[in-house]
Design a protein around this ligand. Structure first.
Ligand SMILES: *[C@@H]1O[C@H](CO)[C@@H](O)[C@H](O)[C@H]1NC(C)=O
Ligand SMILES: *[C@@H]1O[C@H](CO)[C@@H](O)[C@H](O)[C@H]1NC(C)=O
Length: 247
């Protein structure tokens, strides 16, 4: 009862202030539409080039890769999935003077802070102006298959989303930041929509500028399930016929 009274009083106060001081509504956040400037700054790799696709989004993914092991110590660990929060970094980077130098440094910095405390990396990204979380990366069941999914669920509906399969991979470059477990950063990937949902103008993802996230070659000494923290940038691209993503 007391709670509802206080709530009502606050609501009245808020509307009274709004009436006295009319202000234009805060513009809703929307990612940049043109990332042509930073599209040229991403490092070349042996992954198939995006060709005539336009770069649509660049996000920083921060989270975990999840692995499993059975009783066979000589077997390679299985990959059960990954979960990452996706921050829009492309919108601001596209207009930054230091973009070329920030592209290779954002992920290792993010991972090093994330290893200390997840709240620290969030604060650091916000202080640098990358405060918009656009969505999430996770694995979802598509007709019985555990499928990598990128969903920009913080954007307006129908939000951009794609469920992908790996087309190709290359080792992360020698400068890439290893994980806390000492293993080299996870591969760079070229992923494309194959099954499940694709909507909102994205169907291709590049996972690049990776840091951490890797598993050992075998299950020797490993638990049944574990997680390895990682960070990566994803780029999403499209052309006039189709949309693509780069992670
Ligand atoms: C991976 O680990 C995270 C963090 O514990 C968890 O939320 C997520 O459900 C796991 N995903 C899979 C596919 O196992
Ligand atoms: C691509 O990934 C596979 C499976 O993890 C691995 O065996 C192979 O060495 C990788 N290829 C390159 C070029 O890194």
């Amino acid at each position: 009862m007391l709670f509802s009274t206080i709530t009502t009083a606050l609501l009245f106060a808020a509307s009274a202030t709004a009436a006295a001081l009319p202000r234009p509504a805060k513009p809703q956040y929307a990612p940049a539409r043109n990332l042509n400037k930073i599209a040229k700054l991403f490092p070349q790799s042996a992954l198939q080039a995006p060709g005539d696709l336009d770069l649509k989004y660049v996000v920083l993914g921060i989270g975990t890769q999840n692995y499993t092991c059975g009783s066979d110590e000589s077997a390679a660990p299985g990959t059960t999935g990954a979960f990452a929060t996706l921050y829009d970094i492309g919108t601001k980077l596209n207009d930054e003077a230091y973009a070329k130098w920030k592209i290779p440094s954002i992920t290792p910095l993010a991972l090093s802070l994330y290893e200390v405390a997840p709240g620290l990396v969030d604060m650091s990204l916000r202080l640098q102006g990358y405060e918009h979380i656009t969505g999430h990366h996770f694995f979802a069941d598509v007709e019985g298959a555990n499928t990598p999914t990128f969903a920009f669920d913080k954007l307006s509906t129908p939000f951009p989303m794609t469920q992908v399969a790996k087309i190709s991979n290359v080792s992360a470059p020698s400068y890439a930041c290893p994980g806390k477990n000492g293993l080299p950063a996870v591969d760079w990937l070229y992923l494309q929509h194959k099954t499940g949902i694709t909507q909102g103008g994205i169907n291709t993802v590049y996972r690049v500028e990776t840091a951490g996230g890797n598993k050992p070659a075998t299950c020797k000494g490993m638990p049944a399930t574990w997680e390895v923290k990682y960070a990566a940038q994803c780029k999403y691209t499209r052309n006039t016929h189709a949309a693509r993503i780069v992670h």
